[in-house]
Write a protein that binds this ligand. Sequence first.
Ligand SMILES: C[S@@+](CC[C@H](N)C(=O)[O-])C[C@H]1O[C@@H](n2cnc3c(N)ncnc32)[C@H](O)[C@@H]1O
Length: 214
Amino acid sequence: MAIFQEPVRKYLYHLARVDHPVLREMQAYGESKNFPIVNCEVGRVLFQLAEVSKAKRIFELGSGFGYSTLWFALALPPGGIVHHTDADPENTKLAQHYFKKAGLLKKVRFHMGDALESLAKTPGNFDIYYCDIDKEGYPDAYHAIDHRIKPGNMVITDNLLWSGKVAHPNPDASTRAILKYTRLFWNDRNFASSMLPIRDGVGLHLRLKHPRKF
Ligand SMILES: C[S@@+](CC[C@H](N)C(=O)[O-])C[C@H]1O[C@@H](n2cnc3c(N)ncnc32)[C@H](O)[C@@H]1O
């Protein structure tokens, strides 16, 4: 199910294009391998949210070969750190290669293995938690993040529209997991949640100081 009419999708994609040589190289690699990355439409949003929230500590769950990670790294102030997590060592190796090429190795910490286990092992709080692991793992990611996130911090989630499958009358297992995760955040009065219907749907969940009034 297409979320956008094709001419509108193409318009938004071209509008988002970037000059950064390493981002462009990563986009071309993703396209050649059919590897799902957030791409520049969403990358720009990640950058903006990190900038506007003055984030210094960011934790990614599911970083692939580091494309979304690099967008966050570009927004970090001196001393800021983004945590890259992936279960596939090849993705981690490739991410290290691209970060070296971009001259941003100082801004990243790499964790290989299960993202939720890596989060559990990493002390401290994060200004932004970003979720893009296997979709069946989304409900567990909600619980892991909810357990430690502090008021004022934000969760950003990719794929909440899942190519429109969330509106299908008979959702499959991964769609059901996305729907469960979405309900968990939307029903949690400690969060203000909203959805940006760009690319595949980006969820924004702000942890509030007081239960929300709406
Ligand atoms: C959609 S890709 C991430 C793309 C990346 N966020 C980007 O936009 O550039 C999802 C990645 O998460 C990894 N992954 C999925 N489930 C995971 C888990 N439970 N723990 C660690 N990595 C996981 C996969 O190996 C894959 O590389």
